[in-house]
Design a protein. Structure first.
Ligand code: DNO
Length: 393
């Protein structure tokens, strides 16, 4: 695996020099200052790339080129945004970067309800609590028709959850959900969020899937032409939120996606933490089925706590069987190498990490503090080294 680390640019509290010390050689990054929908200019890409190179690192993967909401809904200027997207891919490729991660989650990107969930060892983790989300939906956002989304038991749990919250806790909960986690859009106020959701009111799961497939029909030929591997990121969490559909949640969702555009440029970001939230997602089966189109890896674990609740466990703990996952990855890499593929090594980043040690007193990007990710990377590095010595292909 090509060890990589995510870097959010010059505002990131974790510097490139810090990343260099982790031993990772590759960087995963994006031009976060370019507004969604606008073309990434070659000069801007090159400038960012040069900054990374000056630190002795390589910009290996773009994560993400975001997809404009109008493309997801196929309204307004979606066609122009698709053209811009293609141009951006061409520009990225012309700078020598050939892996692009993206997602197709409407309105919100990844979502958690608690960004500082205390762990027994004194570190803190990210948590998703379905009652907290329902409490926010029903009693803070007061979304019209929200009660139809939940059964009586869930509504009762949400009520009790909400009753126990102080005013400040309600504020914090709202912020955690809609104020924008690192890597997502800037976030919303309650009013903006309501408006965004309303736009999706009549959009069915079938519509959204069709819009994704139509988008792929347009961009995959461009990606192929310029030798870019597009890697869709699974929905996180992998189920519908706020009554709007998500369509990259399960084995079957992925199967549909890749059947409709079989080119290997139509690839997957294999994110164990996102897919692993669902017990019905067999991580090994997913890996094996789509192995040849897995071009990027996000390795992290989660611990399911029932009702769809989960926290982000240490990388080698929790419900993701990291040994089996890494074994499958290394086996795939060795097969690729044997076939003579020059790019047999798959870029991997330790995804998220606990806020711990010195980072507990620092301003961090939730999930993206240095030490927690460094711990994850080191553990994964050791695991991979051990496994790789045992596989002879
Ligand atoms: C969260 C990230 C996501 C991811 C996008 C990919 O930590 O994995 O924000 O970057 O969903 O487009």
């Amino acid at each position: 695996m090509k060890e990589s680390f995510r870097w959010y640019g010059h505002l990131d509290p974790v510097s490139l020099q810090d990343i260099f010390q982790t031993g990772a050689t590759k960087v995963v990054s994006a031009l976060h200052s370019v507004p969604n929908g606008k073309v990434w200019k070659v000069d801007a890409i090159k400038e960012h790339q040069q900054i990374i190179q000056n630190a002795g690192l390589d910009w290996e993967v773009v994560e993400s080129v975001p997809i404009h909401e109008e493309i997801k809904q196929r309204i307004g200027s979606f066609q122009a945004y698709i053209e811009n997207y293609k141009k951006t891919l061409e520009n990225i490729a012309s700078c020598g970067i050939h892996t692009v991660c993206y997602n197709f989650m409407p309105v919100l990107d990844w979502t958690r309800t608690d960004l500082f969930y205390p762990m027994k060892d004194g570190s803190s983790a990210l948590y998703y609590n379905s009652s907290a989300l329902a409490a926010f939906d029903l009693f803070v956002l007061q979304r019209v028709g929200a009660e139809k989304e939940y059964d009586a038991k869930q509504i009762l749990k949400a009520k009790n959850y909400f009753k126990a919250l102080s005013y400040n806790e309600i504020e914090t909960l709202s912020k955690s959900i809609i104020a924008g986690l690192p890597g997502s859009e800037k976030g919303y106020t309650l009013e903006q969020f309501r408006r965004q959701l309303k736009q999706y009111e009549s959009l069915t799961e079938r519509d959204l899937r069709e819009h994704l497939l139509l988008f792929l029909e347009e961009i995959i030929p461009t990606a192929e032409k310029v030798n870019i591997k597009m890697c869709i990121h699974p929905d996180d969490p992998p189920f519908n939120l706020f009554g709007i559909p998500r369509v990259v949640r399960t084995f079957n969702d992925l199967e549909t996606l890749f059947k409709s555009a079989p080119s290997l440029s139509n690839g997957l970001t294999y994110c164990t933490g996102s897919l692993g939230v669902r017990q019905d997602n067999d991580l090994l089966k997913i890996f094996r089925r789509f192995a040849d189109r897995i071009h990027f890896l996000h390795l992290r674990s989660i611990q399911r706590e029932g009702d769809g609740n989960f926290f982000e466990a240490n990388h080698l703990e929790g419900d993701v069987d990291m040994f089996t996952v890494v074994h499958a990855i290394i086996t795939e890499e060795k097969k690729r190498k044997k076939r003579g593929c020059s790019d047999w090594e798959i870029p991997m980043r330790p995804d998220h990490g606990h806020q711990m040690l010195d980072d507990l007193n620092k301003k961090i990007y939730p999930g993206y503090s240095a030490i927690g990710r460094l711990r994850g990377l080191s553990e994964l590095r050791g695991l991979a080294l051990g496994i790789s010595k045992t596989i002879n292909i």
